[in-house]
Design a protein around this ligand. Structure first.
Ligand code: NI
Length: 133
């Protein structure tokens, strides 16, 4: 694939943030980091559509913390049409792993996952999706 050079103007603090991102993630240079940032964001954008997809939302949390369990249950009830099943694993005394199987329009699943992952005290959250057709 041919490579095209182009100039970009950014604020100084944004460039410093980019350089920190480059070094924190072990990129060779700014170009490599920018390439990845662009392609990740374009992939995310592609999912905000009406394609029917299926996948899973994985959540990790400490069930003692705050109101995390009630909040994620409330959100899941709002998306009962999209949720096929969910499975809860008690990993140890504190930590829970929840895997929620989902199917529906990718924009709805993205919205559901974003809301779940944004709940305070969720330690880790990830959505993975594949096109069904
Ligand atoms: Ni548990």
């Amino acid at each position: 694939m041919s490579v095209v050079r182009f100039g970009v103007s950014v604020e100084k603090d944004l460039l410093e943030a980019l350089d920190a991102y480059v070094s924190d993630n072990g990129f060779t240079n700014r170009s490599q980091a920018i390439r990845q940032l662009i392609s990740n964001n374009l992939v995310l954008e592609k999912w905000k559509c009406n394609n029917i997809v299926a996948g899973s939302v994985t959540l990790l949390y400490d069930h003692h913390k705050g109101d995390v369990m009630n909040k994620i249950t409330d959100i899941q009830h709002e998306y009962h049409d999209e949720i096929l099943s969910s499975q809860h694993f008690h990993l140890d005394h504190d930590n829970c792993l929840e895997i929620i199987a989902v199917k529906g329009k990718s924009k709805n699943l993205t919205e559901l996952a974003d809301r779940l992952i944004a709940v305070k005290d969720i330690q880790h959250g990830k959505l993975s999706m594949s096109r069904v057709n």
